[in-house]
Design a protein around this ligand. Structure first.
Ligand code: 9MR
Length: 369
């Protein structure tokens, strides 16, 4: 009798533990949580894509459906001397994403920083002529894009071309070709791979002056029939920037301009903002200022950081009609460039996953919905 009466309860227990096991083996993922809204991406370093970091590989494979190359496609890496291309790391990156069915983002074709030193100079060390610069840009874009044609979802064609006051950055591209370097680069890119999306990408996108210039550039490209598919709003943030309302206005204005909007390079420093020129005479005070939380974030700062990130994510969700992708600039906190910026050796907490590879609390409401 007793045995029979217990049977349903035991069956129920059995069912529970099977369900628990299933939940334990298939934890909720970011890519499922945001599937109806936008792609969710991460920047990867070569340890992961060269097979040297299985823990990050598992995290990335579970949570992300888009990846971007943190460094290996920049010109100084991929095209270090004229006519010389180093493909190994970039090939591994592209194969990694292809094998996992991810949307792969190429970063970046033209950028003043990490620009291969030979690119703008002649043999005497002077800037090349406009014709030679055009030839070099055309060759670089066509060679790199052709190699990955059909495999790359979108390219950051031009990175960080405009300053916060809305003027053009005086990069070698600008110095040699003037404003025309942007339309020229987009024309080359469109010719090289008609199916890859083409983007402008920049930081400080909450700046109204910068926004105005980018809106003009987008309108100009469109008026001239030159394809531009999206604008990448880099999301390098801190506890006191950006201005959320201005950031949101930029999302709205770019959306109205008829291009896709991507939140790229998302991370939020949890440390006090320090400018690079900070000069504190006393070493202990200096360390305390620059690296205040080497052993973990205080609870109140952690809470505030999560609250700010949550507000941002809610903003992105409000604009999911124009936002096509949200990409974090790294995977877990230990992998962030911000640990070394503005100087080496800071312990930072800017990414979506902690050093123990757990999702940050602000993501729970999406993961457990
Ligand atoms: O995260 C990248 C870091 O590893 C490199 O040392 C650095 C070199 O400038 O570039 C970092 O990524 C940058 C990105 O390519 C463009 N926007 C700013 C990013 C952070 O500096």
């Amino acid at each position: 009798m007793k045995t029979i009466a217990l049977l349903p309860a035991l069956l129920l227990l059995g069912a529970c533990s099977t369900a628990q096991k299933e939940t334990a083996t298939t934890p909720p993922s970011l890519k499922d949580a945001f599937a109806d809204s936008f792609l969710i991406g991460a920047a990867l370093n070569t340890d992961c894509t060269n097979g040297l970091d299985p823990a990050t590989d598992s995290l990335v494979s579970l949570h992300f459906n888009s990846i971007v190359a943190e460094n290996c496609m920049k010109s100084e890496k991929i095209n270090p001397s004229e006519g010389v291309y180093e493909w190994d790391d970039a090939d591994n990156f592209v194969n990694y994403g292809t094998e996992r069915g991810m949307k792969i983002i190429g970063h970046t074709l033209l950028w003043h920083s990490q620009l291969a030193p030979w690119f703008p100079l002649d043999s005497a060390g002077n800037n090349v002529t406009p014709d030679v610069m055009k030839q070099r840009i055309a060759n670089h874009i066509s060679t790199v894009m052709t190699r990955y044609k059909g495999k790359i979802h979108g390219w950051d064609v031009v990175n960080e071309a405009i300053l916060e006051d809305g003027s053009y950055r005086k990069s070698p591209f600008y110095e040699i070709l003037g404003e025309e370097f942007i339309p020229f680069a987009f024309s080359c890119a469109a010719a090289a791979d008609p199916d890859a999306e083409l983007y402008l990408n920049d930081y400080s996108m909450a700046s109204p002056a910068k926004r105005e210039t980018y809106l003009k550039i987008i309108a100009d490209l469109k008026a001239r029939g030159i394809r531009i598919d999206g604008i990448g709003m880099q999301g390098h943030m801190g506890m006191d920037y950006p201005d959320f309302a201005e950031f949101e206005k930029s999302i709205e204005e770019y959306g109205k301009a008829g291009v896709g909007v991507m939140i790229t390079e998302w991370d939020m420093s949890a440390l006090p903002t320090v400018n690079q020129g900070a000069n504190v005479a006393d070493t202990t005070a200096f360390n305390k200022l620059l690296n205040p939380y080497p052993d973990g974030l205080p609870e109140d700062i952690d809470r505030e950081w999560n609250e700010r990130m949550g507000r941002m994510m809610d903003m992105f969700m409000r604009h999911a009609d124009v936002i096509t992708r949200v990409t974090a600039w790294g995977t877990d906190d230990s992998k962030s460039w911000k640990n070394d910026w503005p100087m080496k050796g800071r312990t930072e907490y800017p990414l979506l996953f902690s050093r123990s590879l757990t999702p940050k609390p602000f993501l729970n409401k999406y993961l457990n919905k």
